[in-house]
Design a protein around this ligand. Structure first.
Ligand code: TTP
Length: 191
């Protein structure tokens, strides 16, 4: 079974390499816009599936195509990538000293269908000072990350503990991704 990663995320590329399966990469552009009344869980699963399906169109083969999406949710508000420093500071003020959820949806499009899995991880932040927040923006890490932080980078020192999957917070949970791939392999074998 040929495998394609539909993602421009360097984290997802590095993580998928750890499954030791060859894969190609395509970078579909899928608009990320939550619909009114759409639950955060439905939203990340929809985006993951849209990325996988757009990736399948780009790759033009009958390969199995992986798409994923990560958002941070706090007080029912979905936090995506910060649009600017002010937006980032608002996000950090919200996340400071409490818990939030990092949701990652993973989708695998194969044989004309799209399988999906959602992984929710609770992330606890220490109380952030104004200096923490200003210094973190200057590192350049927050700009391309959901919720404005990367647990794998300098925001690691903000995280007191997590409940769930560290790799899902970073962008691609490997256990669940491997399960999706193995199920797809079985369905190709049965054809
Ligand atoms: C919360 C968190 C997110 N992130 C990243 C993972 C994703 O790359 C990004 C969330 O944005 P996404 O829209 O999920 O992904 P992306 O635009 O980077 O890549 P693509 O859609 O092409 O697959 O935030 C971290 O790297 N560390 C973290 O701790």
């Amino acid at each position: 079974m040929q495998l394609v990663l539909a993602s421009g995320s360097p984290r997802r590329n590095e993580l998928l390499q750890l499954l030791d399966r060859p894969f190609q990469v395509v970078r579909p552009q899928v608009p990320e816009q939550q619909q009114s009344g759409e639950h955060a869980r439905d939203y990340v699963l929809r985006l993951a599936a849209e990325k996988a399906e757009a990736g399948a169109q780009l790759s033009g083969s009958d390969a199995a195509v992986i798409g994923a999406d990560t958002v941070v949710v706090c007080d029912n508000e979905v936090l995506e990538k910060p649009t600017d420093e002010q937006d980032f500071k608002r996000m950090m003020a919200k996340l400071s000293g409490r818990a939030h959820q990092a949701l990652t949806g993973v989708a695998l499009h194969h044989n004309g269908a799209t399988d999906r899995v959602l992984v929710s991880t609770t992330v606890h932040f220490k109380i952030l000072t104004d200096d923490d927040i200003s210094a973190y923006w200057q590192t350049g890490e927050p700009q391309d990350k959901a919720g404005g932080y990367g647990i794998q980078g300098r925001a690691g020192k903000f995280v007191t503990h997590i409940e769930g999957s560290y790799l899902a917070v970073v962008g691609l949970p490997l256990y669940e991704t491997e399960q999706l791939i193995q199920a797809a392999e079985r369905s190709y074998d049965e054809r």
